[in-house]
Design a protein around this ligand. Structure first.
Ligand code: PRP
Length: 192
């Protein structure tokens, strides 16, 4: 991979600034707070991509008047892309949640939905554990290559049909810590 520590020359363009992402999360928090008003919710972030959105959404929810009565935060970890730029189509559970979900209001938090297999897999997995309710919040939506019709109750920003990185999204584990969402130059990834 031809990247430098400063990512110089690897970014095609910025798609959403840090401020635009923060605003989108604030909008999601308002909607979620209204729906979970005075009920406890278990926020389940999907690592690694959702490490930032789950943390930022949890804090934004805490600031909502008449929001959830309490917000527990947990993470699980799955992988479908490995180190490739295209999904392998095979979702693997690398680390399960530590919190029980049975009888609880569970909100899955994802950074992005693309073909939908990851979210479909997780909703089926967690649904078997009989939560009181199960919904999904996804910050970025790539609707162009959906393979399964999976519900997203709280959707954020639509992104172009391009390889995107930043704000949790990686290419070969790099770029996750960009504070904004960016389109990667095609010549950076070699496995297309
Ligand atoms: C990414 C992303 C979602 C999933 C969405 O995860 O974080 O979990 O792909 O893609 P899909 O809708 O096509 O299934 P990835 O497998 O790259 O792992 P990561 O979160 O550790 O980067």
């Amino acid at each position: 991979m031809n990247v430098t520590d400063t990512y110089e020359g690897t970014i095609e363009r910025e798609l959403f600034s840090a401020e635009e992402i923060a605003q989108a999360i604030a909008r999601l928090a308002v909607r979620i707070a209204q729906d979970y008003c005075r009920r406890p919710v278990l926020l389940l972030g999907v690592l690694k991509g959702a490490l930032y959105v789950a943390a930022d959404l949890a804090r934004a929810l805490g600031g909502q008047p008449d929001g959830p009565s309490e917000s527990a935060v947990d993470y699980l970890c799955v992988s479908s892309y490995g180190n490739a730029s295209r999904s392998s189509g095979e979702v693997r559970l690398l680390k399960d949640a530590t919190e029980p979900v049975t009888g609880r209001h569970v909100l899955l938090i994802e950074d992005i939905i693309d073909n939908g297999l990851t979210l479909g897999y997780l909703r089926a997995l967690l649904g078997e554990r009989q939560p009181a309710s199960l919904r999904s919040c996804v910050l970025f939506d790539k609707p162009y290559h959906r393979l399964v019709d999976v519900p997203v109750e709280y959707g954020g920003l639509r992104v172009p049909d391009a390889f995107v990185v930043g704000y949790g999204l990686d290419y070969q584990e790099v770029f996750r810590n960009l504070p904004y969402l960016a389109q990667l130059r095609p010549e950076v990834f070699t496995d297309r």
